[in-house]
Design a protein around this ligand. Structure first.
Ligand SMILES: Nc1ncnc2c1ncn2[C@@H]1O[C@H](COP(=O)(O)OP(=O)(O)O)[C@@H](O)[C@H]1O
Ligand SMILES: [Mg+2]
Length: 372
């Protein structure tokens, strides 16, 4: 071992040999299982589950990227997705958009292929390519030593030094086997082990945090525990970021897996409960709007359809509304006016032309927790 390698840490293959699931952990596990099942249930009764999922993926992508320091906001992402020029740094927004693409690609592939390191590499390419980290070897396992610490500090001052590059292929191979194998470890606990192990290996030059968080959702979806990609850990992990990093270190240096598992399961409970609340708010908002349309005499199938369009693209222009609804510009314009007068949407540019409208009440619901 050369001296600069002295501080590297090589994690043992999973599962940890001495894992003890005491009563406290089992209780948390059962609560987390229930919370997740409840979420799956609420989604079934949503007017349009796919819209909810789309919105959630956007939010998770943003929060997970924010943990890594992205400066983008939800509004910037929605502007980009609506083909509008974002009013903020496009590179920041692109990072989040990449994340959304990476998630989509992974989900699609997992429907008919095995979970593999190759697939992870493919997803990593989607995540990193063309963004700020684009030069940092998209889709490739690292061949150099990396370390975690305050940006710009030398390896000697690192908080954590992952395994040397020559160990990484074997460690990833172990992780792949652990992911694929069927065993008796409860899935949520397994997901937590996989995330921590992935972060310890730190297999890429960049993007390890985001890939590791995507891995949680991918794994649960792959094993059939989630029917839709619905569990989003970043809301919780961002809120408890320091603790998150600290506990990852405790796993390594004290072998304290139990503390990490408890932290993770608590996150699953919090996130799922929060998502159920959000879903309920959305259901209420939608039925409230239908009532408003009736009261204000804004009738017609098109008006109802416009509501769903707004849930899909809460930032919109008249021409986009016309396109999605398949109506003339005049019809769309009249409808937008009526919705504006009913205070369902509001114009945000103050311009005479190129007006943009925002469905603010909805945005307020989904924006929660995304402020920096
Ligand atoms: N002490 C630590 N040990 C292991 N992993 C850590 C530690 N602290 C932070 N991390 C993980 O490393 C991630 C940052 O790694 P990085 O490759 O820069 O990912 P990204 O590019 O997605 O930001 C964090 O989000 C976290 O998941
Ligand atoms: Mg990074």
């Amino acid at each position: 071992m050369t001296s600069e390698r002295a501080g590297t840490f090589v994690p043992k293959p999973l599962p940890p040999g001495d894992l003890v699931l005491d009563e406290g952990l089992l209780l948390l596990l059962s609560k987390a299982d229930t919370a997740l099942a409840r979420l799956d249930g609420v989604i079934q009764v949503l007017p349009n589950p796919d819209l909810f999922v789309t919105m959630y993926i956007q939010k998770e992508a943003l929060l997970s990227s924010q943990i890594e320091g992205t400066q983008a906001s939800l509004r910037g992402v929605l502007e980009f997705e609506a083909d509008l020029e974002p009013g903020e740094d496009i590179n920041e927004v692109r990072e989040v958009v990449n994340y959304i693409k990476a998630m989509g690609h992974g989900m699609e592939k997992l429907e008919f292929s095995e979970f593999s390191i190759n697939l992870l590499n493919e997803i990593h390419r989607f995540l990193i390519q063309g963004s700020r980290g684009g030069s940092r070897k998209p889709g490739t396992i690292r061949t150099e030593q990396n370390w975690i610490g305050v940006a710009g500090t030398p390896i000697q001052d690192a908080l954590y030094v992952p395994p040397p590059p020559e160990k990484v292929p074997e460690l990833m191979q172990n992780l792949e086997e652990f992911i694929q194998q069927s065993d008796k470890i409860p899935l949520l606990i397994k997901a937590s082990l996989i995330h921590a192990q992935f972060e310890s290996i730190h297999p890429y030059v960049d993007g390890n945090g985001r890939m590791g968080r995507l891995l949680i959702t991918f794994f649960l979806y792959y094993k059939g525990m989630l029917l839709k990609p619905l569990l989003y850990p970043s809301f919780y992990l961002k809120k408890h970021q320091q603790e998150y990093y600290q506990i990852l270190n405790d796993v390594r240096y004290d072998g304290n897996w139990e503390k990490w598992i408890a932290f993770f399961l608590t996150g699953v409970i919090e996130t799922s409960t929060d998502s159920v609340e959000t879903a309920k708010k959305i259901i209420d908002l939608r039925s409230g709007l239908v009532k408003t349309l009736l009261e204000k005499n804004i009738g017609g199938v098109i008006a109802l359809k416009f509501i769903d369009v707004l849930f899909e693209t809460p930032l919109i222009t008249v021409s986009r509304a016309a396109d999605t609804l398949g109506v003339s510009r005049q019809t769309a314009n009249a409808l937008v006016k009526k919705f504006e007068n009913a205070r369902i949407i509001a114009e945000i540019t103050g311009n005479k032309r190129y007006k943009r409208y925002v469905f603010s009440e909805y945005l307020r619901i989904i924006q929660e927790g995304t402020y920096r």
